[in-house]
Design a protein around this ligand. Structure first.
Ligand code: URA
Length: 234
């Protein structure tokens, strides 16, 4: 791999910025300054440092985003801001996409990555990766809903869903926590719809046991820690 490409991917900076740092003599390979942006290095074994900080090549990027209301879960959209738009400036060289979608009005944890294999695995119906949501209903939770979710709701179109969990999230009987191990379009809204209940707000709290960092305000993001990535790999 070229040195400037390595630097861009390791630091999430444009190739032009990498070249500047290299020609300024800020980058060392195996402890020796290298001013050639096109120098070929082995990205797995080369000891590259920039400004004295050792770098490792990140093959893939994993981002935890707190999706705000009104942003669409897609890579590109003609009219609306997308989840990818919110992080794109920091990763100009990456083809990031959301691994699993939230409705435009839903908020919370969206995982953005360029690791197609992990995304595919997380979304595979057979893996049953749990996802938790905080849901505000327009009517209080009932025992009928709880029992129905546990048994497997049959949607209006006749589709019977896998068992899911719904429980009170606190004192307010209209605020509940839902755990799904399936991903059907508008699933939660359609499940509550069967009981005549409307969803006023829906916020994803976790994916595969990895919780959304509560310090992230809507629109903010951070990269996953190596421990969080291993948890998602399962
Ligand atoms: N279920 C829904 O209805 N909407 C979402 O955004 C996620 C799950």
């Amino acid at each position: 791999m070229r040195l400037d490409k390595f630097l861009s991917e390791a630091l999430g900076i444009p190739r032009s910025e990498s070249r500047k740092r290299i020609t300024k003599g800020q980058v060392t390979v195996g402890g020796t300054v290298c001013k050639k942006a096109d120098a070929q290095i082995d990205e797995k074994t080369a000891q590259v440092a920039c400004g004295g900080t050792p770098l490792t090549h990140a093959e893939f990027v994993y981002i935890m985003l707190n999706k705000p209301d009104g942003v669409v879960s897609a890579s590109r959209d003609k009219r609306d801001t997308t989840v990818t738009d919110l992080v794109a400036a920091a990763f100009p060289r990456r083809q990031l996409f959301p691994a699993g979608r939230l409705d435009k009005t839903s908020t919370g944890f969206v995982l953005l990555t360029d690791d197609g294999a992990l995304a595919h695995d997380l979304l595979a119906p057979g893996r049953h990766v749990p996802k938790e949501y905080l849901v505000t209903l327009d009517t209080p939770l009932t025992q009928e809903m709880q029992a129905g979710f546990a048994a497997g709701v049959t949607l209006a179109d006749g589709q019977t869903l896998a068992p899911a969990r719904v429980e009170p999230a606190g004192e307010d009987p209209c605020v509940v926590k839902v755990t799904l191990r399936q991903g059907v379009y508008h699933q939660i809204k359609r499940m509550f719809g069967v009981y005549g209940a409307g969803v006023n707000a829906l916020h994803r709290l976790s994916i595969g046991g990895v919780a959304l960092d509560t310090s992230l305000a809507p629109g903010q993001w951070r990269e996953l820690t190596p421990e969080e990535v291993s948890a998602l790999r399962g």
